[in-house]
Design a protein around this ligand. Structure first.
Ligand code: MTE
Ligand code: MO
Length: 354
């Protein structure tokens, strides 16, 4: 319980990077929290999840009804589209909280497969459909108040990894992580995993909630001010790019000369991470890190590398590669965008040795 708080209301906080890197499974109490409004208090008694829209049989499922359906666990990493925004902020101003590299975590999620619920309702699963989610928290944006909602394309919704989750690491979801129910969409940005889930709706278009329609899109670099945003020019953020970070040591550390263990995470939500390179000289020369084994295709990869440091100032760098041979941009300017999303440049850590 050592989170670095970016904002109390709404509550936004991330763990220190050494805490984050200390375990491949992130405890609920160490898991970043990203909320857009107040944390709603939901009573289990009388709670029902509504399933409707383009379905043959609309459903209302109590928590007991959901418990009676087959339960399945998935180990998956959740990451905010704004993770590492602080690095992009150093280039030029961007809107949003200055997340370091801790708006990410990996957990065992359990609950019912979303596909099972959609099948039970006789959902129309034809191409071009979307599954919208509405939540119980109220959000205020641009002077308007509305309930949080997003959607995912039907193909992803029917994939076996997506959950209507009631538990995280074997315990009920904590209130701030969505008690009693949340969606978990492994491989997609955290925003597509609504907490405090109230309703599921099969639709012929994406959710028209402003969170889906007027936020969480990648804008081109010529949009330089938030006031100038035309959201129709943005690309909806679902999958996330190859990314990595050094968690140990931390930036500006003062270290003794000799052997040093670098540790961090790497993630590519749509593909496998196949290699992680580290540099102690700002990226002039590289060596490969050791990758920890992974039990789930949806999980991050933790890595470590032993380096030898001489006295002086050094820039430690990490970059990861995916199975398609794609890697990270060298500098945050390369992908600067006004909302500071998908900040995934080489992670650079200045340190002093001696
Ligand atoms: N209802 C609701 N769901 C939500 C949010 C929210 O504000 N309200 N934030 C989203 C975002 S942007 C992220 S990154 C993840 C964060 O989940 P966590 O707080 O459990 O880490 O929740 C998503 N689901
Ligand atoms: Mo997010």
């Amino acid at each position: 319980m050592s989170l670095i708080v970016h904002s109390e209301v709404p509550f936004n906080a991330e763990p220190p990077l050494d805490v984050l890197r200390s375990s491949s499974i992130t405890e609920q109490s160490d898991f970043y929290v990203r909320s857009h409004g107040d944390i709603p208090r939901v009573e289990a008694d009388g709670f029902a999840l509504a399933v409707g829209g383009l379905v043959a049989t609309p459903l209302r499922l109590s928590l007991a009804d959901l418990r009676a359906l087959p339960q399945a666990e998935v180990e998956a990493t959740m990451q905010c589209a704004g993770n590492r925004r602080a690095d992009m902020l150093e280039v030029r101003p961007v809107a949003g909280d200055p997340w370091s590299a801790g708006a990410i975590g990996n957990a065992h999620w359990s609950g019912v497969r979303l596909a099972d619920i959609l099948r039970a309702a006789g959902a129309d699963t034809s191409l071009g459909r979307h599954v919208g989610f509405s939540a119980l928290d109220e959000v205020e944006m641009d002077g308007k108040r509305f309930r949080f909602g997003t959607s995912i394309p039907i193909g992803k919704a029917m994939s076996p990894e997506v959950r209507v989750a009631s538990a995280m690491n074997g315990a009920p979801l904590a209130p701030r992580h969505g008690y009693p129910l949340r969606i978990v969409t492994p491989g997609f940005a955290g925003v597509r995993s609504p907490k405090w889930l109230a309703a599921i709706e099969v639709r012929d278009a994406p959710s028209d909630c402003p969170i889906q329609a007027a936020d969480y899109k990648l804008l081109p670099p010529d949009v330089e001010r938030v006031e100038d945003i035309d959201w129709s020019r943005g690309v909806t953020i679902d999958e996330l790019p190859v990314n990595s970070a050094i968690c140990v040591p931390q930036a500006h550390a003062r270290l003794s000369p000799g052997r040093l263990d670098l540790r961090g995470w790497a993630s590519a939500t749509a593909r496998e991470i196949v290699r992680v390179d580290v540099s102690t000289n700002g990226g002039r020369t590289w060596r490969q890190a050791h990758l920890e084994g992974r039990r789930s295709p949806w999980a991050w990869v933790l890595w470590d590398a032993e380096v030898d440091l001489s006295p002086g100032e050094h820039e430690l760098v990490v970059r990861a590669w995916d199975s398609a041979g794609q890697t990270q941009p060298a500098r945050a300017d390369d992908t600067w965008n006004v909302k500071g999303y998908l900040s995934a440049a080489w992670h650079r850590i200045p340190i002093v040795v001696g």
